[in-house]
Design a protein around this ligand. Structure first.
Ligand code: FES
Ligand SMILES: [Fe+2]
Length: 363
């Protein structure tokens, strides 16, 4: 008799097509996980700030007078007007509605005529703070005050990334590429998290940098770590001194569940993926390219353009077709191709990822 359990099937389509599930995610997984907010180099001096959105909330990061980086909900504690827009520098946070002003620490400082109110306790009013972690120079936010630190979610990632990118603490963003995709954010994240489709769909990637046959993806806490051997690095489109340091000739990436990934290309070139869902059927993917003040900016620009025109463009076609298919009445979720030996032609990483999706979406 055959004792084998049937192969695990991909998630039901409703996880990707149902607006009610997305609404539950806004309160659940998107509000209770570590998400990319920005880069520490965006906040150089006290009063520097930038706004961003996570889980449907407007938020901002700011550097205080004590040179500490804090994060807050972008909402006035008087009658809820939004405080800040975009980015900039300010000595005080002044609400545009009735001009209540807050210190950079979030504490209410003054407001027109508030002294006339008997018993008004200024000290008790402060902007609502959120958790911010500085992770390898990147700022991550979590709306869950009880969230475990990133080192517990993503074990060893900071150490590994520091080894792969010796200049990590001196980096700054050089190029940003914004990529709207008509699909649920999880379709795009799943597509990123397997290379079963690479050989057929990504000729530049699969025959350029990496030896696709050696590609593998393994969980590391709530991280999916991508590893591969590289092709002959003499044939790369930019010069690489493989002897510059231990990992100068390597490629690797670290996807941090649910919506951020660090990738390191040969030559210790760091680039990132992060996703911002718009609604249940739209997501914006951002590609970030990082370097130091002495990096060759034209190489980074060329890499960003080539990546946008090849791998990214190819993936847009795939994920948008999948989203249309998930809306089809003819779709029955198929078995995942989980090879016990793992490797590039296996979807074991999708099994792990869909396990995290299932545990985070209890509807
Ligand atoms: S809502 Fe901000 S001062 Fe009134
Ligand atoms: Fe892809």
């Amino acid at each position: 008799m055959n004792n084998l359990s049937p192969p695990m099937r991909s998630l039901e389509a409703r996880y990707y097509t149902d607006a009610a599930i997305y609404k539950a995610e806004l309160l659940g997984v998107l509000a209770q996980t570590w998400q990319f907010a920005g880069h520490a180099s965006q906040l150089n001096k006290p009063g520097d700030y930038f706004c961003f959105d996570i889980a449907g909330e407007s938020l901002f990061c700011i550097k205080t007078k004590e040179n500490e980086i804090k994060g807050f909900y972008n909402v006035c504690q008087h009658r809820a007007h939004q405080l800040l827009k975009g980015d900039g520098n300010t000595a005080l946070l002044v609400c545009p509605y009735h001009a209540w002003s807050y210190e950079l620490s979030g504490q209410l400082r003054s407001g027109p005529n508030i002294k006339s109110v008997p018993g008004f306790d200024k000290q008790s009013i402060c902007l609502t703070e959120i958790r911010i972690e500085i992770f390898c120079g990147f700022l991550f936010a979590n709306l869950d005050p009880l969230a475990k630190p990133m080192a517990e979610w993503y074990p060893n990632v900071a150490e590994e990334l520091s080894a792969f990118v010796p200049d990590l603490e001196r980096l700054e963003p050089i190029e940003w590429v914004e990529v709207p995709e008509h699909c649920n954010w999880k379709v795009s994240v799943e597509n990123y998290s397997e290379c079963y489709h690479c050989q057929l769909n990504h000729p530049t990637f699969a025959n350029g940098i990496v030896k696709a046959k050696t590609y593998d993806i393994q969980p590391q806490g709530y991280c999916l770590r991508h590893t591969t051997e590289c092709q002959n690095l003499d044939k790369m489109s930019y010069p690489i001194d493989v002897n510059a340091n231990e990992f100068a000739g390597h490629y690797s990436s670290w996807f941090l569940w649910p919506m951020m990934s660090f990738q390191v290309y040969p030559g210790n070139i760091l680039n990132t993926y992060h996703w911002r869902p718009v609604d249940h059927e739209n997501v914006i993917l951002y590609r970030g390219w990082f370097g130091t003040s002495d990096s060759d900016k034209s190489t980074l620009h060329e890499l960003a353009v080539q990546d946008r025109e090849t791998t990214v463009a190819e993936d847009i076609q795939l994920v948008e077709s999948v989203q249309r298919g998930l809306n089809s009445r003819g779709y029955v979720p198929g078995p995942l191709v989980v090879d016990p030996k793992c490797g590039v032609s296996s979807e074991h990483s999708i099994k792990v990822l869909q396990g995290w999706i299932r545990e985070s979406v209890n509807v």
